[in-house]
Design a protein around this ligand. Sequence first.
Ligand SMILES: *[C@@H]1O[C@H](CO)[C@@H](O)[C@H](O)[C@H]1NC(C)=O
Ligand SMILES: *[C@@H]1O[C@H](CO)[C@@H](O)[C@H](O)[C@H]1NC(C)=O
Ligand SMILES: *[C@@H]1O[C@H](CO)[C@@H](O)[C@H](O)[C@H]1NC(C)=O
Ligand SMILES: *[C@@H]1O[C@H](CO)[C@@H](O)[C@H](O)[C@H]1NC(C)=O
Ligand SMILES: *[C@@H]1O[C@H](CO)[C@@H](O)[C@H](O)[C@H]1NC(C)=O
Ligand SMILES: *[C@@H]1O[C@H](CO)[C@@H](O)[C@H](O)[C@H]1NC(C)=O
Ligand SMILES: *[C@@H]1O[C@H](CO)[C@@H](O)[C@H](O)[C@H]1NC(C)=O
Ligand SMILES: CC(=O)N[C@H]1CO[C@H](CO)[C@@H](O)[C@@H]1O
Length: 611
Amino acid sequence: MCGIFCALSLASAHSQWNQRVYEHLKRRGPNLSQDLAITGSDLSYCCLFSAHVLHMRGLLTAQPLQDTAGNILLWNGEIFSGLPVTPEENDTTVLAQRLSSCNAPSEILTVLSAIRGPWGFVYYQKAGDYLWFGRDFFGRRSLLWTFDAEAGELTLTSVAAHTSGPKQCVWQEVPAAGVFRVNLKTAAEAGCVAFEVYPWAHAESDVSNDTIPQVLESIPRGCSAVMNQSGLELSSPVPPMNVSLPETLNDTEIHSNSCLSVEDLEKLLGSEEKTDEVNHLIDVLSEAVRRRVQSLPFRALNLSPPAIDCARVAILFSGGIDSMILAALADRHVPAHEPVDLLNVAFKLQEPKKQNESSRKPKNKPIDLKADRGNSQVLSPFDVPDRITGRAGLRELQELNPERKWNFVEINVTQEELQEKRLVHVCHLVHPLDTVLDDSIGCAVWFAARGVGFIAEGNHQRPFTSSAKVILTGIGADEQLAGYSRHRVRFKTSGHEGLIQELAMELGRISSRNLGRDDRVIGDHGKEARFPYLDEDVVSYLNSLPVWQKADLSLPRGVGEKLLLRMTARRLGLGQSAVLPKRAMQFGSRIAKMENSREKASDKCTRLHIV
Ligand SMILES: *[C@@H]1O[C@H](CO)[C@@H](O)[C@H](O)[C@H]1NC(C)=O
Ligand SMILES: *[C@@H]1O[C@H](CO)[C@@H](O)[C@H](O)[C@H]1NC(C)=O
Ligand SMILES: *[C@@H]1O[C@H](CO)[C@@H](O)[C@H](O)[C@H]1NC(C)=O
Ligand SMILES: *[C@@H]1O[C@H](CO)[C@@H](O)[C@H](O)[C@H]1NC(C)=O
Ligand SMILES: *[C@@H]1O[C@H](CO)[C@@H](O)[C@H](O)[C@H]1NC(C)=O
Ligand SMILES: *[C@@H]1O[C@H](CO)[C@@H](O)[C@H](O)[C@H]1NC(C)=O
Ligand SMILES: *[C@@H]1O[C@H](CO)[C@@H](O)[C@H](O)[C@H]1NC(C)=O
Ligand SMILES: CC(=O)N[C@H]1CO[C@H](CO)[C@@H](O)[C@@H]1O
C-alpha cells in the first residue's frame, strides 16, 4: 500500500501543498516519501509526483520510479499473479520495466489487463507526453481527482481531505471503469483537460456504451472525456455473471416465517449436496488467501523469527461466516508458529435512558441486551453482538487448530474517542463519501484496523496492539452470494431474475460504495486491506455459477442466503458460525446505536462535516 499523488499544472507554477493531504499520504506510506517534479519539453506543463511507500515485499523500492527514458511510475498495488514477480522482486520495479518497453496504447493496456491484484496507478509516458492513470477492475485501491479550473491544475491522489473555507476542493473518486490517458501537450494548448477513456470490457460483449455515462457522472468539472474511437479496451479479468434462470425451482419463499431450530438448519444444509461447487470454491478461495498472506515482511528489519505476539496477518473479525472462513483458510497458509490477529470492534452501549414515570409508553424495554448476551454473565457495555459472536468464533477456531495462537483483540471504543478520531481522521478519509453509512462503517473499520485493544487472558486483560500490516476483510461475499436482506426483498418481488440484476448491479458499484473508502480508511494506519472474496479467480468462479447454486432464498435466514458459503464453512469444519444470519457491521458493532439518532443510512451524515 502506498500513498500516491500527482498534480498536473497547465500553468507555470503549482499551487501550495495542502498539508493535510500530504500528511494523509504519508500515513499510508510511512517508509519512504519522495517528490519529483518534471516539466514538459516545451515548458507548457509541469507535473509534481509524490509517493509515500509502505514496504511490503522485495527490497524497499523508492517511488516515484523513473526509468532511464524519463518515464515515471506511481504504483499503489499488488501483483499477485498475471505478470511474473518472484518473492524477492518488487512488483513496482517489474511493472515499471514492463511499461518502459511499451509504445502504443494497446501495449500498455495489455500489460495492465494481465495484472491480477488490486491497483491504482499514475504513469507518465515521456514519449508523446502522456499521463495515464486508473484503478483495477473492481476498484480495490482508492484514487481521487479534482480539477481547479482557475489554476489549470488536475490533481490525482490516493486520499484527500475534507476541506472547509472559501476555496472548496471538489474531490471525486476516479471511476473504476477503465484507465484514462491525458495528452499533456494538447491539454496545455487548450488550457483544459480531456481524458481518453479505455474501458474495462468483456471479450464477448461491448460495455463501452455503459461506460461513458458512468464516467461522465464523476468527471471533474471543467474536464471532458472521450472514448477512443479505435475501440481499444482493457480486457476484464472476470467473465460476466451467469444469468441463467432455474427451470423448475420455486420462485417463492416457502419457509419464510417458519422458525427452525439450529438442528433443523444443520439438517437442511446437510441435505443439500453441492460437493463439486464447494470443493471448487474452497480451492479458489484458499489460493486467494494464500496469495494474500504469503511472502510478507516482518515488521522488524532482521529476518529472525518474530516475537511470539508478532502476527503479520490480521482479519477484520466479527465471528460471522465471511470472516470465519477467511480465518480458517489463513490458518492453512500462515506459518504454524505465527499468531493471527482477529480484530473485533465494539462500541460502548449507552446506558438505557432513565425510565420516566410519566412517560407515555407503557414499558420501555431497555434494548435487547439480555437477548444479545444469551446468558447471565457479568454484563459489559462492550458486549455487543459482534463481540459475542466473535468470542464464539474464536472458540471454533481454537477447536479447529488448537496449536495456532489466535489473538482475539477486543477493541472497545467509547463515544468520546469515536468523536475525537472521527474529527481528526475518519471524516477526511471517507471523503468524498458522506452518508451515515459511510460514517458508521468508516469509523468502525478505522478503529478495527488500528488494532489497539486488549487480549483477555483468564480474568486478566493485557493491552495489545496488532502489528500485522496485512488486513483481510470479508467484503464481497454478501454482494456475490446474496447475503443482504435487500436480496431477499428483491427475490420476493421479482424472483431470480430480479436477484441476478441486483447482484450484478452491486458488484458493479462496489468500488464507489465500499472499496475506495475502505482502502483509504485502512491505509491510514500504514496497513494494507486485502479482499480475498474479490480475487479475480474467486469472482470468476462465482460469476460462472448460476445464482441458485450460490443462494436459495426460499430457505430461511441463516441458511438460504450465501448457501454455498455456508456449506463451504461446514466443509472447512466450522460449526455454529456457518448458520449465523448476516449482521451488518454498523449494527453488530453497535456504532449505529451509539449515535442514537433516527437517521437513515443513506442520509448525508452531518457529523462528517466539520465547520
Ligand atoms: C516501515 O515503517 C514502519 C512504520 O513506521 C516501521 O515499523 C517499519 O520498520 C518500516 N519498515 C522498513 C523496511 O523500513
Ligand atoms: C454504442 O453506441 C454507438 C454510437 O451511439 C452505436 O453505434 C453502437 O451500436 C452502440 N453499441 C452497442 C453495443 O450498443
Ligand atoms: C485513439 O487511439 C489511437 C491510437 O493510440 C490514437 O491515434 C487516436 O488519436 C485516439 N483517438 C482519440 C479520439 O483520442
Ligand atoms: C413449488 O412449491 C409448491 C409449494 O411448496 C409445491 O407444491 C410445488 O411442487 C413446488 N414446485 C416445484 C417445481 O418444485
Ligand atoms: C418526565 O416526562 C415529563 C413529560 O414528558 C416531563 O415533564 C418530566 O420533566 C420528565 N421527568 C424526568 C425526570 O425526566
Ligand atoms: C472490553 O470489552 C469487553 C466486553 O466485550 C470487556 O469484558 C472488557 O473488560 C473490556 N475491556 C476494557 C479494557 O474495557
Ligand atoms: C450458467 O449456469 C448453467 C447452469 O449451471 C450452466 O449450464 C452454464 O454453462 C453456465 N454458463 C456459463 C457462461 O458459465
Ligand atoms: C529484485 C529487484 O527488483 N529489486 C529492486 C527493488 O527496488 C530497489 C529500489 O528501487 C532496487 O534497487 C532493486 O534492484
